[in-house]
Write a protein that binds this ligand. Sequence first.
Ligand code: ADP
Ligand code: MG
Ligand code: MG
Length: 252
Amino acid sequence: MSTLEIKDLHVSIETEQGEKEILKGVTLTINTDETHAIMGPNGSGKSTLASTIAGHPRYNVTSGSITLDGENVLEMSVDERAKAGLFLAMQYPVEVPGVTMTNFLRTAKTAIDGEAPKLRTWTKDVKEAMSKLKIDADFAGRNVNEGFSGGEKKRVEILQLELFKPKFAILDETDSGLDVDALKIVSEGVNRAQEENNMGTLLITHYTRILRYIKPDFVHVFVDGRVAEQGGPELADRLEEEGYDRYLNVKA
Ligand code: ADP
Ligand code: MG
Ligand code: MG
């Protein structure tokens, strides 16, 4: 079992008005095989947490820690984080012109594992994963994210998840812009990766919809850069009925 541990994390960014603190002391422990949902109103700092775990240079950690099995994640480069077993699906995945999906996936897999995957099994694995995610075979020859629809990008994120086999996946608004069919396919992919690879999942979402398909073990409600409440799956059910008003009223 692996553990991703976030302790009293404070994160700020530079703005035109100076330094602004976004995360104001976040503490969270995720073990492999667990699914944690982070929910909360817009602007509460959910994406900031995801970007900080991923090592986005914009976000300054002013205090607190992130460790993976005791290793200091904050000292790792973005590449090292991926090698250590962290996977971050970007909320807005970038286009990489001139790089085909096939080459990108193989290059990334090689970098993450430290050795090239065996060609025959790899090709088979890619084909199978693509077919389960109902990704068209001609995708393999297309450039990374170039002209991909929102739904296609999400499927490709999950394709990476299934192929790279990370210890922890941080999925930020993976449900946004997906119709119900696509949401089911994507959710099944996440559930497969969890079952087959013992993955731990940090599922960041504003809406409860995806939690019908990916069942969280723990739910954390983010408000104004802090965890305002934690609970089990029943907390997501309550949020579905009540929304975030009660937290925002307390704040006002
Ligand atoms: P969420 O994902 O919960 O909607 P974010 O982490 O995106 O929240 O944003 C939290 C707060 O930080 C918001 O007030 C937002 O305006 C601010 N913020 C985040 N990233 C930036 C940025 N790059 N530049 C300016 N403000 C930012
Ligand atoms: Mg599980
Ligand atoms: Mg966000």
